[in-house]
Design a protein around this ligand. Structure first.
Ligand code: ZN
Length: 190
């Protein structure tokens, strides 16, 4: 079912989501929530969606990038369902990249992200997940995990002057950012 995505200002986005009991992952409630997150993300052309964005208080997020029209420069990421995800930074490097959010309509802004991270958690079958994400894709995962702690990307901005509407981004910043993405992909492999 396509769910309503709450927008910045809604207190649901500021909730710290609850861990899912391992024994509860297979339950209808959690499986339906995962299905709704995937369907809602795809309907909105999002690169990811976290449960707090549909006002469901569980530590679950979904990520998928497949030639995304909202982010044509993003490297693809196959559909990934993360339950109780945990992130570990693997480098002191940071990349400063534009992000947007379905809960912050029509805006982009620059955020510092760690370009090499370890993600651990569970998939929707309750199997343990452990993988490394790099570059732009690492930023996408950090963005979604932040939502589970009640954070949105604007909280992570060091310099609010990089905020831009999508129209202004496309005219004034997209070309430069595409070049930056090419060099990030070259340096970090994603
Ligand atoms: Zn978001």
């Amino acid at each position: 079912m396509i769910r309503q995505i709450v927008q910045i200002g809604n207190s649901a986005l500021r909730e710290i989501a609850n861990a899912v009991e391992e024994s509860n992952i297979a339950s209808k409630e959690i499986q339906n929530l995962v299905d709704d997150l995937i369907e809602t993300m795809r309907d909105a052309n999002g690169a990811g969606l976290a449960s707090t964005q549909i006002a469901a208080p569980y530590r679950i997020c979904v990520i998928e990038v497949n030639k995304n029209p909202r982010y044509p420069y993003k490297p693809d990421i196959p559909l990934t369902v993360l339950i109780n995800p945990k992130v570990t930074f693997l480098t002191k490097d940071r990349i400063n990249v534009y992000e947007g959010c379905l809960s912050v309509p029509n805006l982009r802004g620059r955020v510092d992200r760690c370009p090499e991270i370890l993600i651990e958690g569970f998939d929707r079958e309750g199997k343990t997940l452990s993988f490394v994400a790099k570059g732009i894709s690492a930023g996408t995962f950090q963005h979604e995990l932040d939502h589970l702690d009640g954070l949105v990307f604007t909280d992570r901005m060091n310099d609010a002057s990089s905020l831009t509407t999508i129209d202004e981004f496309e005219v004034n910043h997209e070309e430069e950012f595409k070049q930056q993405v090419i060099s990030i992909v070259k340096n970090y492999g994603s």
